[in-house]
Design a protein around this ligand. Structure first.
Ligand SMILES: Nc1ncnc2c1ncn2[C@@H]1O[C@H](COP(=O)(O)OP(=O)(O)OP(=O)(O)O)[C@@H](O)[C@H]1O
Ligand SMILES: [Mg+2]
Length: 234
């Protein structure tokens, strides 16, 4: 078995074809160990969201290899028969906007994914409450999303990303709408959750407030990655 976490080798993604083709990813290499939170920075249009979408099996790469949680999910083609189950059970997403479901309360927003994965409702809600407690949101467990502040909504969306105990969390600009204090608190939480649950986390960010906090940082420019802080600096 390959090591768990995330490993990407020589990943490529071309959008479209012919004259209008865009090579968004040309040669991406990256690894994240279980329990580690790694930053990914780069200019607008450099391929950050494309990389997360490939890893999250939202779009299909054009070539290369991706290993998630010890399994090769892509090697010049998908290697996993059920991409929907892969996204639901093995990957947690945190977006810039929390995208909570407005007519479900905080607990059910978090419990929904385990319920969809077939867990009994009582067990899914117990899991949701445990995560909300860890994120210091248990006092708001019965609130509607519209009754929460932006930072509180983002904490609920992190709880939701963790609900199915995925080996991988992908966060695209998770702190963009938050002030310094809240932004740093969200990163601290992601670190704490990564260590506690052995989750491999990638955080795409432009946020100058949080960039200094990453022990390892990748830069992506023109579809190619370079490790700019950490073990394998290039
Ligand atoms: N669906 C698509 N079809 C064609 N080209 C696309 C598509 N999505 C993205 N691109 C192009 O691929 C390149 C990388 O886009 P991507 O969204 O990954 O950048 P990004 O690094 O996330 O930028 P930002 O910081 O602005 O969010 C850009 O040139 C973009 O125009
Ligand atoms: Mg983007």
């Amino acid at each position: 078995m390959t090591e768990p976490g995330i490993r990407i080798e020589g990943l490529r993604k071309r959008y479209g074809q012919g004259d209008t083709a865009v090579d968004a990813l040309k040669d991406v290499h990256l690894h994240v160990a279980p329990g580690e939170v790694v930053g990914l920075v780069g200019p607008s249009g450099s391929g950050k969201s494309t990389l997360l979408k490939c890893l999250g099996a939202v779009i299909e790469p054009s070539g290369g290899r991706m290993v998630l949680g010890g399994d090769t999910i892509y090697d010049e083609g998908w290697k996993t028969p059920d991409l929907r189950a892969l996204r639901r059970d093995r990957i947690g997403f945190v977006f810039q906007a929390p995208y909570l479901i407005p007519f479900l309360d905080v607990t059910d927003n978090v419990a929904l994914l385990p319920m969809l994965a077939g867990r009994p409702n009582a067990e899914a809600r117990a899991r949701a409450r445990e995560l909300l407690k860890a994120l210091d949101m248990d006092h708001r467990a019965r609130a509607q999303p519209s009754e929460l502040s932006g930072g509180e909504q983002q904490r609920v969306s992190i709880a939701r990303a963790l609900a199915n105990r995925p080996p991988v969390i992908l966060a695209d600009e998770p702190t963009a709408p938050l002030d310094s204090e809240r932004a740093l608190a969200v990163v601290a939480l992601l670190n704490q959750m990564a260590v506690q649950h052995h989750t491999a986390v990638i955080v795409v960010t432009h946020d100058e407030k949080i960039i200094p906090t990453f022990k390892r940082l990748y830069h992506i420019r023109d579809g190619r990655t370079h490790e700019v802080r950490g073990e394998g600096q290039t």
